[in-house]
Design a protein around this ligand. Structure first.
Ligand SMILES: [Zn+2]
Length: 236
């Protein structure tokens, strides 16, 4: 059995697993972790029991733009950073050696061994993370000054699920994927995290502080939850 409910199925044995675990993993599909010695032919009845959950959850994830097909995405011909309103036409040149990216106005030239698709995609994701930092840092600085909410440092990371976080020491971490979102959602995420420099929780006090600066915060929070729909499949 290699698929279930139209999803690619991977069965993994983990000697430390105490029981069978069924997971939906972005970019991979359905993953079943079984304890050592568990017979693979006993997996289907377990999946049948969980079929309702699998169907509901995969539908919700896919509606949010999560890829569960397990296929490696195609290399993009265009890259659109909605937040910064930048669109790149991407050209690829197949040659041996290291992968390099050259930016020339609205064009992005990728040179390298194109058969290593995973490495090319990784280079494009790193490029996106760099552009995200360039775009976000001045906006965050401006907002921080305007609202008199100082922060310690900014980290732009490629994360699977979270849009951002704020540490107790005032280091803000934001997801590089933000660059694909409408700019009002980027600004809202920055406001959300900056307010955590004063209230490191989601208490009523915290939300009052957010509301003071953004009365429409509830709608924006909702839109952020569905933000993955703006993220292209190749970014993952
Ligand atoms: Zn928060």
């Amino acid at each position: 059995m290699t698929e279930y409910c139209g999803l690619p199925l991977t069965i993994k044995t983990n000697p430390r697993a105490k029981r069978v675990l069924v997971k939906l993993v972005p970019g991979t599909g359905l993953v079943v972790v079984v304890p050592k010695g568990f017979r693979h032919r006993d997996v289907p009845p377990i999946l049948d029991e969980k079929r309702g959950w699998i169907e509901r959850t995969s539908a919700t994830m896919e509606a949010r733009g999560t890829d569960l097909s397990g296929r490696m995405p195609d290399l993009p011909d265009t890259i659109e950073f909605r937040a910064s309103e930048r669109v790149y036409q991407v050209n690829y040149l197949d040659r041996p050696g290291r992968i390099t990216l050259t930016e020339n106005g609205p064009r992005l030239m990728v040179r390298g061994p194109l058969e290593d698709k995973a490495a090319v995609l990784d280079a494009l994701r790193k490029f996106t993370a760099r552009k995200a930092r360039e775009f976000i840092l001045p906006r965050l600085d401006e907002m921080s000054r305007r609202l008199s909410m100082p922060y310690e440092a900014l980290r732009v990371r490629r994360q699977k699920t979270r849009w951002g976080s704020c540490s107790g020491r005032g280091t803000l971490s934001v997801n590089a994927k933000l660059l694909f979102l409408p700019v009002e959602l980027v600004d809202h995420l920055l406001l959300h995290e900056l307010c955590h420099t004063e209230q490191l929780n989601h208490s009523a006090r915290y939300w009052n502080l957010v509301a003071k600066h953004e009365p429409n915060f509830a709608q924006l929070e909702d839109d952020l939850k569905r933000g993955n729909q703006h993220v292209p499949g190749w970014f993952g």
